[in-house]
Design a protein around this ligand. Structure first.
Ligand code: ZN
Length: 252
């Protein structure tokens, strides 16, 4: 294994993990707060709003060094911050050992990171980022058009169309019967993204695994989530699982 490249990719993974933290924290606030975007202002403590010093931005290590508390207000730092970084780190290490090192490592890692971010966003806030969904759709079409990366271009295109259309149709029937929206529009796009990346034939398994996972989450958190089911969380989780099945033929 190329050591320098592996170290570089690992550092890249940690930076992405750290950016994902910022994205997840700021995403629901950006609409309502005009002074906030993804890059401005620089990172701050969510509790006391103190600007973080450069060393506090070092993923994982800063959390351990600060013993999990903000050095300004001494409030506990949510465990999800280092956890997201550790998950990104471990994923990159797993990728380095299982995918040809180089551009492939970055492609698989970035797709994972986008799906992971959507999974957490929908779980925490019942929100999905449209930009990330569009990125998934475009990435799937480009990778499969140029390189048949996961599937053929035809299957990718059909996967996108049927992915969007099928959830739209289910929602339309639900709306007609119940007179309320059952599935959020972000879910249509996320499912279209899954179809665009893994192709038409991935849609059945992803929807089955995804809706089962979402229902399980719903049952476990019934009091917290009211009547809402985080379908996006399940779909993103199922897409990651589908990739693992495809790659390692585990469970088969
Ligand atoms: Zn603080």
């Amino acid at each position: 294994m190329n050591l320098e490249l592996s170290i570089l990719l690992t550092l890249f993974a940690l930076s992405v993990g750290s950016f994902v933290n910022t994205f997840i924290y700021r995403f629901p606030l950006i609409d309502s707060n005009q002074n906030l975007d993804l890059f401005k202002p620089r990172s701050f403590c969510p509790k006391c709003k103190s600007r973080l010093k450069p060393f506090m931005l070092i993923p994982i290590i800063s959390y351990i060094y600060l013993k999990g508390t903000c050095s300004f207000c001494k409030e506990k730092i949510e465990i999800s911050y280092p956890l997201n970084e550790v998950i990104h780190l471990l994923t990159m290490i797993a990728i380095l050992f299982s995918v040809p090192i180089g551009i492939n490592s970055i492609i698989v890692f970035v797709l994972f990171s986008i799906l992971y971010t959507q999974m957490v966003l929908d779980y925490k806030y019942f929100l999905l980022s449209i930009s990330l969904n569009v990125l998934l759709i475009v990435a799937g079409l480009v990778l499969n058009y140029g390189f048949n990366y996961f599937t053929s271009f035809e299957e990718s295109l059909l996967g996108m169309i049927i992915g969007y259309g099928s959830l739209w149709l289910i929602n339309a029937v639900f709306h007609w019967l119940k007179k309320e929206q059952g599935i959020g529009g972000g879910d249509f796009l996320l499912f279209a993204g899954c179809g665009s990346i893994f192709g038409l034939f991935s849609l059945g398994p992803i929807l089955l695994m995804g809706s089962s996972a979402s229902l399980l989450l719903f049952a476990l958190n019934k009091r917290k989530s009211g009547r809402k089911i985080p379908l996006g969380t399940g779909l993103a989780f199922a897409a990651i699982t589908y990739y693992l099945i495809l790659r390692f033929s585990i469970f088969l």
